[in-house]
Write a protein that binds this ligand. Structure first.
Ligand code: 13P
Ligand code: SF4
Length: 326
């Protein structure tokens, strides 16, 4: 197919992202986007993309976008044969355990997560031994093996609700220490945490937030709950990636900062040309492993398939399903 035919066909897609992708860069993306759209039809595949995907993925090839909670819910409903998870490995595992009959592919097997890497199933068993009888709430940013040792999962969108749903005075909350501390600040439930951190959000500081306010008078500051409590205390609002996006749509702040991964602001800004986005941000090296050429290759080769040991998958799925039922 000639390059000019591809550019003509993809021109309407470029209009979606023209505010965040310079026109001179578009030809670099157009060929892969065109091929991916054709391959999706050929393979009967859908692409689920997390809010941290770059705009050319998020706005131009994804079928379903959202935070971890939305992607889990939507993965369950997918009817197509193939799910390509444009996100990190734990998200692909979650999709596989919730919809095991589907072929779940991840474009780069190395797309991990510092939180998921911070804890093993044996660590969870040790925590149980240390706090006998205390229920274990596990953040979805964890491996299937860790989920399988847990009573229930949570995401950044529902963590407090899940903790309080258990009717227990104490819970073990794994593996994100800051998420646990941020929930503990809002609930009467006593929380025993694990010392895992998100390598992206732990880098934000309270001093940085104060400097942003001084430099940008009137700015509204939204923070992800994986940020340290000292940062959350300085922010105007805390929520999951979807919550932050919804906040901008609902409140339409004149000027806003999203204390989270860099692509979030680009993706939200596309829908809100009137909002001024101040963009201090940190890149997630794992999310950034997912690129258009790798998505294309995944659909061409049907690699890398994400599988879970069936016995483990049943137990991990129970923890996720308990969360979805709350
Ligand atoms: P959300 O569930 O808020 O999208 O967060 C996922 C994540 O990895 C944040 O770093
Ligand atoms: Fe994990 Fe943090 Fe990257 Fe999210 S942003 S995938 S929590 S390392």
């Amino acid at each position: 197919m000639s390059a000019s035919a591809v550019l003509t066909r993809t021109a309407p897609l470029y209009q979606r992202v023209a505010s965040v992708i310079p026109a001179i860069e578009w030809p670099v993306f157009a060929d892969d986007i065109d091929a991916i759209l054709a391959l999706k039809r050929e393979r009967n595949a859908v692409i689920l993309a997390h809010n941290y995907m770059t705009p050319e993925i998020f706005h131009c090839v994804a079928d379903i976008v959202g935070d971890s909670l939305a992607l889990a819910r939507e993965a369950m409903k997918v009817d197509a044969d193939v799910i390509v998870l444009a996100g990190v490995h734990f998200m692909a595992e979650t999709a596989k355990m919730l919809n095991p009959a589907k072929t779940v592919l991840i474009p780069d097997l190395e797309a991990g997560c510092s939180l998921a890497a911070s804890i093993t199933a044996a660590d969870v068993r040790l925590m149980r031994a240390r706090y006998p009888g205390v229920p274990v709430v596990t953040y979805v940013n964890s491996s299937a093996a860790v989920k399988a040792e847990s009573d229930i999962c949570c995401t950044s969108a529902n963590a407090q609700k899940i903790v309080e749903s258990l009717g227990s005075d104490t819970v073990i909350m794994l593996p994100d220490e800051y998420l646990a501390q941020n929930v503990a600040a809002k609930t009467h439930v006593k929380i025993f945490a694990w010392a895992g951190h998100c390598e992206v959000h732990e880098r934000f500081t309270a001093a940085e937030v104060r400097a942003l306010r001084a430099d940008h008078p009137g700015v509204t500051i939204l923070a992800h709950p994986e940020c340290p409590p000292s940062v959350i205390a300085e922010a105007d609002y805390t929520g999951s990636t979807a919550d932050m996006s919804n906040y901008v749509g609902r409140e339409k702040p004149a000027r806003v900062v999203l204390l989270t991964e860099c692509s979030m602001a680009d993706n939200v800004a596309v829908h809100h040309p009137d909002v001024d986005f101040v963009r201090p941000c940190n890149l997630c090296p794992h999310m950034k492993r997912i690129t258009l050429p790798k998505i294309r290759r995944t659909l061409e080769t049907l690699r890398h398939e994400v599988t879970i040991d069936p016995a483990l998958a049943i137990r991990a799925r129970q923890a996720v399903e308990r969360m979805l039922a709350v």
